[in-house]
Design a protein around this ligand. Structure first.
Ligand code: HEM
Ligand code: HEM
Length: 142
């Protein structure tokens, strides 16, 4: 059952990145950059990512406790911490941009580059995550 529960985590993270990719495209090209949609999709992106990370961490702890999951992948967990710091940066700069009448260039740049970094880091997480998943799925039952 825990192995099945572990599949929820990558699915949630993948769903989140769809919103992130949409926002990145509309933000960078400024085509269809409807602010209300951008903010709602942005909140979904950050919230799902954080929730998904929490589910991942929780299921791994449970599984290790019950001796089910054999490979907690160190780099995946470590990069997740960096990933979440970058997400915080993207969200904070986004809300600051919303709150201010003037939009300083540095704040727009901070928002742009932290979100580009976040989406790029997702690629790294998907790579290490899929390797961890393969190791778990193909592990001999204990
Ligand atoms: C809490 C969620 C978010 C808020 C409140 C927010 C807010 C904003 C605001 C106010 C702008 C300026 C729009 C304008 O000048 O008309 C902006 C631009 C932008 N946003 Fe977001 N955003 C959020 C999430 C995201 C996410 C998740 C991404 C991508 C993964 C993203 C990518 C961008 C990009 C690339 C720009 C253009 C920056 C530039 O002009 O250099 N945003 N955002
Ligand atoms: C398609 C993408 C992803 C896949 C396939 C995936 C898969 C996995 C798997 C199999 C585990 C359990 C084994 C382990 O601990 O390494 C795990 C744990 C975890 N994942 Fe992911 N993941 C993905 C994306 C992400 C992203 C984007 C984040 C960051 C927000 C994240 C955060 C975590 C965390 C915090 C854990 C718990 C690590 C620990 O405590 O040791 N994952 N993930």
């Amino acid at each position: 059952m825990l192995k099945e529960m572990l599949m929820i985590h990558p699915l949630g993270q993948t769903a989140a990145v769809v919103f992130g990719l949409f926002n990145l495209f509309t933000g960078l090209t400024r085509r269809c950059l409807i602010l209300a949609l951008h903010v709602n999709f942005g909140v979904l992106f950050y919230a799902l990512m954080f929730l998904g990370a929490a589910v991942g961490a929780l299921v791994v702890r449970l599984a290790v406790h019950r001796d089910v999951v054999v490979v907690p992948w160190f780099t995946h967990g470590l990069f997740a911490l960096g990933f979440m710091a970058v997400l915080l940066c993207g969200a904070l700069s986004g809300f600051l941009l919303l709150a201010r009448k003037s939009r300083p260039v540095w704040m727009l740049a901070l928002h742009r580059y932290s979100n580009i970094t976040a989406v790029a880091l997702f690629g790294v997480q998907a790579y290490t995550g899929l390797r961890a998943l393969a190791a778990i799925v193909y592990a001999a039952p204990r």
